[in-house]
Design a protein around this ligand. Structure first.
Ligand SMILES: O=P(O)(O)OC[C@H]1O[C@H](OP(=O)(O)O)[C@H](O)[C@@H]1O
Length: 323
Protein backbone atom coordinates (compact mmCIF):
# COMPACT_ATOMS: atom_id res chain seq x y z
CA UNK A 1 0.00 0.00 0.00
CA UNK A 2 1.41 3.45 -0.88
CA UNK A 3 0.60 6.43 1.33
CA UNK A 4 -2.63 7.26 -0.48
CA UNK A 5 -3.78 3.92 -1.84
CA UNK A 6 -7.07 2.66 -0.36
CA UNK A 7 -6.93 -0.69 1.41
CA UNK A 8 -8.40 -3.79 -0.31
CA UNK A 9 -11.35 -3.64 2.13
CA UNK A 10 -12.14 -0.05 1.07
CA UNK A 11 -11.86 -0.93 -2.62
CA UNK A 12 -14.16 -3.92 -2.10
CA UNK A 13 -16.76 -1.84 -0.22
CA UNK A 14 -16.60 0.88 -2.89
CA UNK A 15 -17.14 -1.71 -5.62
CA UNK A 16 -20.08 -3.29 -3.74
CA UNK A 17 -21.73 0.12 -3.27
CA UNK A 18 -21.25 1.01 -6.95
CA UNK A 19 -22.76 -2.30 -8.12
CA UNK A 20 -25.54 -2.04 -5.50
CA UNK A 21 -24.62 -5.27 -3.79
CA UNK A 22 -24.56 -2.93 -0.79
CA UNK A 23 -27.54 -0.59 -1.22
CA UNK A 24 -30.07 1.48 0.70
CA UNK A 25 -28.97 4.82 2.09
CA UNK A 26 -28.52 3.73 5.73
CA UNK A 27 -26.74 0.49 4.82
CA UNK A 28 -24.38 2.37 2.49
CA UNK A 29 -23.58 4.83 5.32
CA UNK A 30 -22.67 2.15 7.85
CA UNK A 31 -20.64 0.18 5.29
CA UNK A 32 -18.68 3.35 4.46
CA UNK A 33 -17.98 4.11 8.13
CA UNK A 34 -16.82 0.52 8.69
CA UNK A 35 -14.60 0.68 5.60
CA UNK A 36 -12.86 3.74 7.06
CA UNK A 37 -12.15 1.75 10.23
CA UNK A 38 -10.65 -1.02 8.03
CA UNK A 39 -8.55 1.58 6.24
CA UNK A 40 -7.28 2.90 9.59
CA UNK A 41 -6.22 -0.59 10.67
CA UNK A 42 -4.50 -1.27 7.33
CA UNK A 43 -2.74 2.12 7.29
CA UNK A 44 -1.50 1.61 10.86
CA UNK A 45 0.33 -1.49 9.61
CA UNK A 46 1.56 -0.40 6.18
CA UNK A 47 5.22 0.60 5.82
CA UNK A 48 4.44 3.99 4.26
CA UNK A 49 1.89 5.13 6.85
CA UNK A 50 2.58 3.22 10.10
CA UNK A 51 4.92 5.80 11.57
CA UNK A 52 3.95 8.96 9.71
CA UNK A 53 0.80 10.71 11.05
CA UNK A 54 0.53 13.01 8.01
CA UNK A 55 0.75 10.06 5.58
CA UNK A 56 -1.86 8.23 7.69
CA UNK A 57 -4.22 11.21 7.47
CA UNK A 58 -3.66 11.43 3.69
CA UNK A 59 -4.50 7.74 3.31
CA UNK A 60 -7.75 8.24 5.25
CA UNK A 61 -8.73 11.16 3.02
CA UNK A 62 -7.94 9.13 -0.10
CA UNK A 63 -10.05 6.21 1.14
CA UNK A 64 -12.95 8.58 1.83
CA UNK A 65 -12.68 10.00 -1.71
CA UNK A 66 -12.79 6.49 -3.19
CA UNK A 67 -15.96 5.72 -1.20
CA UNK A 68 -17.48 9.14 -1.98
CA UNK A 69 -17.21 8.58 -5.75
CA UNK A 70 -19.35 5.42 -5.83
CA UNK A 71 -22.91 6.79 -5.91
CA UNK A 72 -23.85 10.48 -5.98
CA UNK A 73 -27.39 10.84 -4.57
CA UNK A 74 -27.65 9.33 -1.07
CA UNK A 75 -26.17 12.00 1.22
CA UNK A 76 -25.88 9.46 4.02
CA UNK A 77 -22.62 8.42 2.33
CA UNK A 78 -20.76 11.76 2.54
CA UNK A 79 -22.42 12.43 5.91
CA UNK A 80 -20.92 9.17 7.23
CA UNK A 81 -17.47 10.03 5.85
CA UNK A 82 -17.75 13.53 7.32
CA UNK A 83 -18.74 12.20 10.74
CA UNK A 84 -15.76 9.84 10.95
CA UNK A 85 -13.07 12.09 9.40
CA UNK A 86 -14.05 15.10 11.50
CA UNK A 87 -13.30 13.02 14.60
CA UNK A 88 -9.85 11.94 13.38
CA UNK A 89 -7.43 13.34 15.96
CA UNK A 90 -4.11 12.59 17.62
CA UNK A 91 -0.42 13.23 17.09
CA UNK A 92 0.56 9.58 16.65
CA UNK A 93 -0.64 6.97 14.19
CA UNK A 94 -1.91 4.84 17.03
CA UNK A 95 -4.07 7.66 18.44
CA UNK A 96 -5.30 8.59 14.98
CA UNK A 97 -6.25 4.96 14.28
CA UNK A 98 -8.10 4.70 17.61
CA UNK A 99 -10.05 7.90 16.95
CA UNK A 100 -11.20 6.58 13.55
CA UNK A 101 -12.24 3.19 14.92
CA UNK A 102 -14.14 4.83 17.81
CA UNK A 103 -15.89 7.30 15.49
CA UNK A 104 -16.86 4.52 13.08
CA UNK A 105 -18.34 2.45 15.90
CA UNK A 106 -20.26 5.32 17.43
CA UNK A 107 -21.59 6.31 13.99
CA UNK A 108 -22.99 2.82 13.38
CA UNK A 109 -24.50 2.71 16.90
CA UNK A 110 -26.19 6.07 16.40
CA UNK A 111 -27.55 4.95 13.05
CA UNK A 112 -29.16 1.89 14.63
CA UNK A 113 -30.62 3.91 17.51
CA UNK A 114 -31.91 6.63 15.17
CA UNK A 115 -33.72 4.03 13.10
CA UNK A 116 -35.35 2.54 16.17
CA UNK A 117 -36.43 5.97 17.44
CA UNK A 118 -37.88 7.11 14.14
CA UNK A 119 -39.67 3.78 13.86
CA UNK A 120 -41.63 4.65 17.02
CA UNK A 121 -42.59 8.07 15.61
CA UNK A 122 -43.71 6.60 12.29
CA UNK A 123 -45.61 3.82 14.03
CA UNK A 124 -47.62 6.38 15.99
CA UNK A 125 -49.01 7.66 12.68
CA UNK A 126 -50.38 4.22 11.85
CA UNK A 127 -53.60 2.80 13.30
CA UNK A 128 -54.65 -0.75 14.08
CA UNK A 129 -56.03 -2.31 10.89
CA UNK A 130 -54.22 0.04 8.49
CA UNK A 131 -52.94 -0.98 5.08
CA UNK A 132 -49.76 0.77 3.95
CA UNK A 133 -48.29 1.10 0.48
CA UNK A 134 -44.50 0.99 0.10
CA UNK A 135 -42.11 1.89 -2.71
CA UNK A 136 -38.62 0.37 -3.15
CA UNK A 137 -36.89 -1.01 -0.05
CA UNK A 138 -36.19 1.33 2.84
CA UNK A 139 -35.02 0.11 6.24
CA UNK A 140 -36.24 3.40 7.75
CA UNK A 141 -39.74 2.89 6.31
CA UNK A 142 -39.76 -0.74 7.44
CA UNK A 143 -38.75 0.34 10.96
CA UNK A 144 -42.05 2.29 11.20
CA UNK A 145 -44.10 -0.70 10.12
CA UNK A 146 -42.19 -3.04 12.43
CA UNK A 147 -42.67 -0.73 15.42
CA UNK A 148 -46.41 -0.52 14.67
CA UNK A 149 -46.60 -4.32 14.62
CA UNK A 150 -44.69 -4.43 17.92
CA UNK A 151 -47.19 -1.95 19.37
CA UNK A 152 -49.77 -4.67 18.69
CA UNK A 153 -51.32 -3.07 15.62
CA UNK A 154 -52.50 -5.26 12.80
CA UNK A 155 -50.93 -3.87 9.59
CA UNK A 156 -51.06 -5.14 6.02
CA UNK A 157 -49.11 -3.89 3.02
CA UNK A 158 -49.36 -3.26 -0.70
CA UNK A 159 -45.81 -3.38 -2.06
CA UNK A 160 -44.79 -1.79 -5.35
CA UNK A 161 -42.31 -3.97 -7.17
CA UNK A 162 -40.11 -0.93 -8.12
CA UNK A 163 -38.63 -1.27 -11.58
CA UNK A 164 -35.95 -1.63 -12.74
CA UNK A 165 -34.16 -3.34 -9.86
CA UNK A 166 -37.26 -4.68 -8.12
CA UNK A 167 -36.26 -3.82 -4.57
CA UNK A 168 -39.95 -4.32 -3.71
CA UNK A 169 -39.17 -8.02 -3.49
CA UNK A 170 -36.71 -7.33 -0.64
CA UNK A 171 -39.48 -5.36 1.12
CA UNK A 172 -41.92 -8.22 0.56
CA UNK A 173 -39.55 -10.66 2.23
CA UNK A 174 -38.89 -8.35 5.20
CA UNK A 175 -42.61 -7.78 5.76
CA UNK A 176 -43.33 -11.50 5.48
CA UNK A 177 -40.78 -12.09 8.25
CA UNK A 178 -42.66 -9.55 10.42
CA UNK A 179 -45.89 -11.44 9.80
CA UNK A 180 -47.39 -8.58 7.74
CA UNK A 181 -49.74 -9.80 4.95
CA UNK A 182 -48.43 -8.48 1.61
CA UNK A 183 -49.95 -7.82 -1.81
CA UNK A 184 -47.23 -7.32 -4.44
CA UNK A 185 -48.18 -5.11 -7.41
CA UNK A 186 -46.47 -3.74 -10.52
CA UNK A 187 -45.61 -0.05 -10.32
CA UNK A 188 -48.25 1.05 -12.80
CA UNK A 189 -51.02 -0.48 -10.62
CA UNK A 190 -50.28 1.90 -7.74
CA UNK A 191 -53.08 4.41 -8.35
CA UNK A 192 -55.68 1.67 -8.58
CA UNK A 193 -54.60 0.26 -5.21
CA UNK A 194 -54.41 3.65 -3.49
CA UNK A 195 -58.17 3.35 -2.91
CA UNK A 196 -57.43 0.37 -0.68
CA UNK A 197 -54.62 1.83 1.44
CA UNK A 198 -54.59 4.15 4.46
CA UNK A 199 -50.99 5.41 4.26
CA UNK A 200 -48.06 5.51 1.89
CA UNK A 201 -44.70 5.04 3.63
CA UNK A 202 -41.45 5.63 1.73
CA UNK A 203 -37.81 6.21 2.62
CA UNK A 204 -35.38 8.85 1.38
CA UNK A 205 -31.89 9.02 -0.04
CA UNK A 206 -31.59 12.75 0.59
CA UNK A 207 -33.76 15.54 1.95
CA UNK A 208 -33.19 19.05 0.64
CA UNK A 209 -33.35 22.24 2.71
CA UNK A 210 -36.62 23.23 1.01
CA UNK A 211 -38.21 19.95 2.16
CA UNK A 212 -37.91 18.23 -1.23
CA UNK A 213 -37.60 14.46 -0.80
CA UNK A 214 -35.14 12.68 -3.06
CA UNK A 215 -36.06 9.01 -3.21
CA UNK A 216 -36.34 6.09 -5.64
CA UNK A 217 -37.65 7.02 -9.07
CA UNK A 218 -41.44 6.88 -9.03
CA UNK A 219 -41.86 8.38 -5.57
CA UNK A 220 -42.96 11.79 -6.86
CA UNK A 221 -45.67 10.32 -9.12
CA UNK A 222 -46.84 8.14 -6.25
CA UNK A 223 -47.01 11.19 -3.96
CA UNK A 224 -49.06 13.21 -6.45
CA UNK A 225 -51.47 10.29 -6.90
CA UNK A 226 -51.69 9.77 -3.14
CA UNK A 227 -52.63 13.44 -2.66
CA UNK A 228 -55.25 13.15 -5.40
CA UNK A 229 -56.76 10.07 -3.70
CA UNK A 230 -56.55 11.71 -0.24
CA UNK A 231 -54.07 9.15 1.13
CA UNK A 232 -51.42 10.55 3.53
CA UNK A 233 -47.80 9.94 2.56
CA UNK A 234 -44.84 10.08 4.92
CA UNK A 235 -41.15 9.72 4.34
CA UNK A 236 -39.13 7.93 7.02
CA UNK A 237 -35.65 9.40 7.08
CA UNK A 238 -33.12 9.57 9.86
CA UNK A 239 -31.25 12.87 9.96
CA UNK A 240 -28.22 11.33 8.22
CA UNK A 241 -30.38 11.80 5.07
CA UNK A 242 -30.47 15.61 5.46
CA UNK A 243 -28.36 17.14 2.70
CA UNK A 244 -26.26 19.97 4.20
CA UNK A 245 -25.07 21.35 0.86
CA UNK A 246 -28.64 22.27 -0.07
CA UNK A 247 -28.55 24.84 2.76
CA UNK A 248 -26.36 26.96 0.52
CA UNK A 249 -28.39 26.52 -2.66
CA UNK A 250 -26.75 23.41 -4.13
CA UNK A 251 -29.01 20.88 -5.82
CA UNK A 252 -28.82 17.11 -5.32
CA UNK A 253 -27.29 15.14 -8.16
CA UNK A 254 -29.62 12.43 -9.46
CA UNK A 255 -27.78 9.24 -10.31
CA UNK A 256 -28.20 8.01 -13.89
CA UNK A 257 -27.65 4.25 -14.01
CA UNK A 258 -26.85 1.92 -16.88
CA UNK A 259 -29.39 1.18 -19.62
CA UNK A 260 -28.63 -2.50 -19.02
CA UNK A 261 -30.87 -2.34 -15.95
CA UNK A 262 -33.78 -1.42 -18.25
CA UNK A 263 -33.43 -3.50 -21.42
CA UNK A 264 -33.02 -7.27 -21.63
CA UNK A 265 -29.37 -8.34 -21.83
CA UNK A 266 -28.28 -8.98 -25.41
CA UNK A 267 -31.18 -7.03 -26.98
CA UNK A 268 -29.34 -3.76 -27.65
CA UNK A 269 -28.76 -4.46 -31.36
CA UNK A 270 -32.34 -5.60 -31.93
CA UNK A 271 -33.74 -2.49 -30.23
CA UNK A 272 -31.75 -0.28 -32.58
CA UNK A 273 -30.78 3.33 -32.29
CA UNK A 274 -32.98 4.60 -29.46
CA UNK A 275 -31.99 6.34 -26.26
CA UNK A 276 -32.62 4.52 -22.98
CA UNK A 277 -32.43 6.59 -19.81
CA UNK A 278 -32.40 5.22 -16.28
CA UNK A 279 -32.54 7.88 -13.55
CA UNK A 280 -32.46 6.14 -10.17
CA UNK A 281 -34.19 8.87 -8.14
CA UNK A 282 -36.64 11.75 -8.37
CA UNK A 283 -37.61 14.74 -6.23
CA UNK A 284 -40.98 14.97 -4.51
CA UNK A 285 -41.84 18.63 -3.89
CA UNK A 286 -42.60 19.37 -0.21
CA UNK A 287 -46.25 20.21 -0.95
CA UNK A 288 -46.95 16.58 -1.87
CA UNK A 289 -45.42 15.08 1.28
CA UNK A 290 -47.39 15.07 4.54
CA UNK A 291 -44.59 14.43 7.01
CA UNK A 292 -40.89 13.71 7.33
CA UNK A 293 -40.41 11.27 10.19
CA UNK A 294 -36.99 11.42 11.87
CA UNK A 295 -35.45 10.27 15.14
CA UNK A 296 -36.15 13.81 16.44
CA UNK A 297 -39.87 13.56 15.74
CA UNK A 298 -42.04 14.32 12.73
CA UNK A 299 -41.78 17.52 10.70
CA UNK A 300 -43.82 19.15 7.97
CA UNK A 301 -41.36 19.13 5.02
CA UNK A 302 -41.24 22.95 4.87
CA UNK A 303 -39.86 23.15 8.43
CA UNK A 304 -37.06 20.58 8.05
CA UNK A 305 -34.62 23.41 7.31
CA UNK A 306 -34.72 24.40 11.01
CA UNK A 307 -33.51 20.96 12.06
CA UNK A 308 -30.87 21.01 9.30
CA UNK A 309 -29.43 24.32 10.54
CA UNK A 310 -29.35 22.99 14.09
CA UNK A 311 -27.48 19.84 13.06
CA UNK A 312 -25.18 21.15 10.31
CA UNK A 313 -24.82 24.89 10.86
CA UNK A 314 -24.77 26.75 7.58
CA UNK A 315 -23.07 24.26 5.32
CA UNK A 316 -20.95 21.18 4.76
CA UNK A 317 -17.25 20.60 5.33
CA UNK A 318 -15.31 18.31 3.00
CA UNK A 319 -12.70 16.75 5.31
CA UNK A 320 -11.63 14.34 2.55
CA UNK A 321 -10.28 17.16 0.35
CA UNK A 322 -6.49 17.55 0.07
CA UNK A 323 -5.37 20.43 2.33
O1 LIG B 1 -31.75 4.05 4.24
P1 LIG B 1 -32.90 3.20 3.85
O2 LIG B 1 -34.18 3.66 4.47
O3 LIG B 1 -32.66 1.72 4.05
O4 LIG B 1 -33.09 3.35 2.26
C1 LIG B 1 -33.37 4.61 1.68
C2 LIG B 1 -33.49 4.55 0.20
O5 LIG B 1 -32.37 3.88 -0.39
C3 LIG B 1 -32.82 3.20 -1.57
O6 LIG B 1 -32.03 3.50 -2.69
P2 LIG B 1 -31.15 2.37 -3.48
O7 LIG B 1 -31.92 1.07 -3.53
O8 LIG B 1 -29.82 2.26 -2.75
O9 LIG B 1 -30.96 2.97 -4.86
C4 LIG B 1 -34.29 3.59 -1.78
O10 LIG B 1 -34.44 4.72 -2.59
C5 LIG B 1 -34.71 3.79 -0.33
O11 LIG B 1 -35.91 4.52 -0.20
Amino acid sequence: MTDTEPSPAVRETAESIATMEIRGAATIASAAAEALADQAAAAAEADATASDPEAFRASMRAAARTLRETRPTAVSLPNALRYVLQRMEGDSVDRLRRSIVDASESFVDQLDRAQEDLGQVGANRLADGDTVMTHCHSTDALACIEAAVEQGKSISAVVKETRPRQQGHITTEALREMGVPVTLIVDSAARRYLDEVDHVVVGADSIAADGGVINKIGTSGLAVNARERGVPIMTAAQTIKLHPETLTGHTVEIEMRSEEEVIEPGTRDAIGDITVENPAFDVTPPRYMDAIVTEHGQFPPESIVTLMRELFGEGAAEPWAEP
